[in-house]
Design a protein around this ligand. Structure first.
Ligand code: PRX
Length: 635
């Protein structure tokens, strides 16, 4: 690909290099968008036909109990069949499914054949522990191949996985175990991060102590340090995998399309995390179609989604989407800047990565170290870049485009959520880009920016981002709490039947969408989603804190950081030592990502007369902005 052929900028527009468009194996955006608009169900049926089904659907979509939509009603399938079983029978058995690199530099590769056998083994181990169809299994691990295997093994036998990100701590893990009522938990002794061991098993011991519903813990040996193993409860995976029961052949469970595949907890407006539920049928169709079109996945590609499998990005685009497409994906255990800030760039060169999909916070973090680190590596294998998790600021966009993509690779800025299962607003590689805009909705998805009455906002006016049409990988419910599902997402625009995203956004004259951010009590720190209530309840669980309020304050690298305002309990003198102690407490209770970068003690918090904390006022004060209308402020 020659650089001269790139015709980059007209005003603020960026166009992909002509050869990228020419060689892209994707449909024409306008044509498929029209096709979907003409007949949404026929459109999705056509995509579903690319996959294997044990029994075909009777009905593509059933909206008779909306918002409890159903997709591919009457069909039988299993996502693990489409991700693995079917590839193990074709030439793809020899293709690499997964390339893995550990932070210390150890490496492993898995062909589709090998991965399939390992997953079968894992599935048999789970069965021998009494895990059956419908059982919930909590998985709490670092980024190692066994995490991917554990997820697929659950899917294969019809168990429902609930992956908890390895950066969460005791209470967060305990709450998620409790909510899912998981009797089996899969973990590792530890995980490598920045040269240190994250003591996963210690956290598990404490979480299981707090949430004793867990009967068995399967422990993968990763870091090798001494860990506590409780007899009758804890088992080494390698011991179980050596038993005759762990055969590499395992029957795949026949699932209804609407049977649950996984629960993934995410933050909302209350302290209790929401268990977002996704199912086998619609999710497999949507994740594979979106990945195939947006990132133009080809057989010779080496796809690197640098997220954590413990978040939705990893579920959809490290594990399920790429494997369904028979792609080769990369998984890396550690930090992007360990031991040096060139770690990622070196891996791109070493493995010949063709597509890199990451988050703005990672881009900004690496940008800080300057151009010399990436420039010392051959990044010419790259064809496409991607961004997800929060709005990407134009400065980071341009650096990513210029220094990493050599002004040749277009950036797919994908807007979506845990709840949506897959990309919702996103370019395809053929589309003109504007830095900072996720462009337009994926074909078949209808979105708008509306005011509180549901009137469409004119270009340039901020409003609520809503989704107007159902899509196959939409969340089916909040696990165990259907009322909350209805209230949270489907009540604000009940009459119109629209899904409320919780984001505010703006359209421009070209119909391009610009995401502004959350307009609820959710904070994005380094792209991670946290609820103010989760952090606040962590704060008040410290004996010195009577009341607490947290807000998001803009930060150059992390997007946002947390500021916390605490009212001390009588008898506690606010000082630096106490602040450190409270930070430590949050690290322990919620996780390192939730630690406020600033804790301030105060005598009062601004509240409305009905007692609601006015975070808006705190935020204005913290950022030196005008405080706005204070008429509802309590005296
Ligand atoms: O605010 C939006 C932001 O991330 C939220 C969803 O977070 P989560 O469920 O953790 O999923 C993140 C990964 C899909 C959204 O409500 N967000 C996600 N992608 C973008 C984004 N904001 C702007 N631009 C994006 N590309």
């Amino acid at each position: 690909m020659s650089q001269e052929s790139f015709a980059p900028v007209t005003g603020d527009w960026y166009y992909p290099a002509p050869e990228i468009v020419r060689d892209a194996n994707i449909p024409d955006y306008e044509a498929v968008a029209q096709e979907a608009q003409a007949d949404l169900q026929a459109f999705w049926a056509k995509q579903a036909e690319q996959l294997d089904w044990f029994k075909r659907w009777d009905q593509v979509m059933d909206d008779s109990q909306a918002p409890f939509y159903k997709w591919f009603v009457g069909a039988q399938t299993n996502i693990a069949h489409n991700a693995l079983d079917r590839h193990a029978r074709t030439w793809r058995r020899n293709k690499l499914a997964l390339i893995w690199e550990g932070e210390p530099g150890d490496k492993q590769t898995f062909s589709y054949w090998r991965l399939w056998r390992e997953v079968n083994k894992f599935a048999n181990v789970l069965k021998s522990m009494g895990v059956n169809k419908g059982y919930r299994v909590t998985i709490y691990m670092g980024r190692i191949p066994e995490l991917v295997m554990a997820m697929l093994a659950c899917a294969k036998i019809g168990a429902v996985h609930s992956v908890v990100y390895g950066g969460f701590s005791e209470q967060a893990l305990a709450d998620r175990i409790e909510d899912a009522q998981s009797r089996v938990l899969i973990t590792a002794d530890g995980a490598w991060l920045r040269g240190n061991i994250v003591p996963l098993k210690e956290t598990v011991d404490e979480a299981v102590h707090r949430s004793p519903v867990v009967e068995s813990v399967i422990v993968v040996k990763r870091t090798g340090q001494e860990v506590n193993m409780e007899q009758g409860r804890d088992y080494w995976y390698h011991d179980l995998a050596n038993l005759p029961i762990a055969s590499p052949i395992c029957e795949t469970e026949v699932m209804d399309a609407e049977d649950p595949l996984f629960i993934l907890y995410t933050s909302g407006t209350t302290g209790k995390p929401k268990g977002i539920l996704h199912t086998h049928g619609g999710y497999q169709v949507y994740t594979s179609t979106t990945l195939s079109w947006v990132f133009d996945i080809k057989d010779h590609d080496r796809w690197w989604c640098a997220a954590d499998p413990g978040w939705i990005t990893g579920h959809s685009y490290i594990v399920y989407g790429p494997l369904i497409l028979g792609a080769t994906g990369l998984l890396y255990e550690g930090a992007p800047n360990y031991p040096y800030p060139n770690r990622w760039w070196k891996m791109i060169e070493d493995y010949g990565v063709t597509i890199l999909y990451t988050a703005p916070t990672a881009i900004r973090g690496l940008m800080r170290f300057g151009d010399a680190w990436p420039n010392r590596h051959d990044l010419s294998s790259l064809r496409l870049l991607g961004s997800v998790g929060e709005p990407i600021n134009p400065e980071a966009w341009r650096w990513f485009h210029r220094v990493i993509g050599k002004e040749r690779c277009p950036i797919m800025d994908t807007w979506w959520q845990t709840e949506t299962g897959g990309f919702m607003i996103t370019p395809l590689p053929s589309v003109g880009l504007k830095p900072g805009s996720a462009t337009r909705p994926f074909p078949g998805v209808e979105v708008d920016v509306v005011d509180e009455h549901g009137e469409s906002c004119a270009p340039g006016i901020d409003g609520n981002l809503v989704i107007k049409t159902p899509w196959p990988s939409m969340l089916r419910t909040i696990y165990g709490d259907p009322d909350r599902f209805v209230n949270q997402y489907w009540t604000a625009y009940k009459e119109q039947g629209w899904y409320l995203t919780g984001d505010s956004a703006r359209k421009d004259e070209d119909g391009y969408l610009w995401i502004i951010g959350r307009n609820d009590d959710v904070i994005k720190v380094s792209g991670y989603r946290l609820g103010t209530a989760e952090v606040e309840s962590g704060l008040v669980s410290h004996p010195a804190v009577a009341e607490a309020a947290v807000i998001a304050v803009p930060d150059e690298v992390r997007g946002n950081v947390i500021y916390a305002y605490c009212i001390p309990r009588t008898g506690f003198a606010p000082n630096d030592q106490l602040i450190d102690e409270i930070k430590q407490h949050i690290r322990h209770e919620v996780g390192p990502i939730a630690v406020p970068s600033k804790i301030e003690f105060t005598e009062t918090l601004p509240k409305t007369r009905s007692g609601k904390i006015m975070r808006r006022v705190l935020k204005a004060r913290a950022t030196g902005q005008p405080e706005g209308d204070l008429s509802t402020l309590e005296e």
